[in-house]
Design a protein. Structure first.
Length: 90
């Protein structure tokens, strides 16, 4: 009796990495370890991680909104002054 087919079969993926990175990876893996499994795990970890938006400083967020033309220069200036007031009050 054969085993059932995978519901998510693997497909070959060819990527180029710097030699130094491949060397570091090979040093991390045991001789019998699968490089493919390690890379799949790393990709899954990266894709599944949640970004912590609280780690971005408020002034940087305001700058990003200004760069996207969400905030006018006047509004940006006003908000930056308000942020400074709030931080001084802490």
């Amino acid at each position: 009796m054969s085993r059932p087919r995978s519901t998510d079969p693997s497909v070959p993926l060819s990527i180029a990495v710097p030699t130094s990175l491949k060397t570091r990876l090979d040093q991390e893996l045991a001789y019998t370890s699968s490089r493919s499994k390690w890379v799949v795990h790393a990709i899954n970890e990266k894709l599944n991680q949640e970004f912590d938006y609280t780690s971005i400083p408020t002034t940087q967020l305001l700058g990003m909104l200004h760069a996207r033309n969400v905030l006018t220069t006047d509004l940006l200036t006003s908000l930056l002054m308000r942020v400074e007031e709030i931080e001084e009050a802490r």
